[in-house]
Design a binder for this molecule. Sequence first.
Ligand code: CU
Ligand code: CU
Length: 354
Amino acid sequence: MTAKPLILTTALLGLALVTTASYTLAKPGVKMVYGAPESKVSSVPYKGAYVEGGDVVTALPEIKKVPNAKTHHVRMDMTHRMVEIDDGVMLEGWTFGDSIPGPTIHVRQGDKVVFTMTNRSGDDATVTFPMPHSIDFHSAMVNPLDKYRTIGAGQTITFEWTANYPGVFMYHCGTPMLLHHMIMGMYGTVVVDPVGGYPDKVDREYVIVQSELYTKPKDPANPNVLVSDVESAKRKSPSHVLFNGRINQLVNNPLKAKPGERVRLYVMNVGPTDTSSFHIVGTIFDKVYLDGNPSNLLRGMQTVLLGSSNGAVVEFVVPETGKYAIVDHEFADASLGAVGFIDATDGKGPKVSH
Ligand code: CU
Ligand code: CU
């Protein structure tokens, strides 16, 4: 008598598990797209804006609502320039979109990105010499030999990719010596919203990128002009570990929130070599989605461990008025600069010394 209902229950349970597990494939309107038409490379001169894409492309820590279009045209040119990493301290850098880290690209699962990039490393002859570069999107599923090919100074590449998976992904230059191109500053983040968005409503959203710098003075007599040092990068001995590319960036410009608010951080550890034990003093991460995929849910986390190129969506409630330190809980890294703040004091409340 009980055999049939038992079988039925088991079958229904199985169906429920399958339905839950395969949500990325089963979401209506989302079709996995593998590969894309061949990339196009040209040598037509381009002198326009370094970054194009409207609300799809933002500077750290900002992120905007994805426009409704299903196809997004994004440009991020590669430049060589002096980048200020502290008041009066300049680093010779190589960039995407003329900043270190590069801008954040924000699209929706299933959207197509038509990406264009001009290698303008020859535009400013005062900073190193022109170099070949490329881009590798961890958010894409395409032939690297084609789409991630290296282009020379003055060349432009255009290719497209479809955001099959939701998440927080890295992009970076993939041209050898890769470690050198990475420590020069060629990295950034792609955020892909799941269809329908992440499950919870939040009051604030910010993007945080953790990166290591390996620097030495260009001229020992002038400590304020730095260049990257491949040897210390090979020894895994960073001079700085930064949030959002600048020394004390999130200390001097804390991320604003209010008591009781739910905050979502899109956190990306670009490395290039080190892990991040991402932690916020005074709260607990209510939900963590590893690599930003809603299927990879962890609850009640004190710290989230991010390998080089791992991302996460981190959500928490600001419990009361206060100032909450953001740290890499690997304290050698915190002491090299991986510190910032969530400021929920509204200009009032207890002061914090650091
Ligand atoms: Cu490069
Ligand atoms: Cu990579």
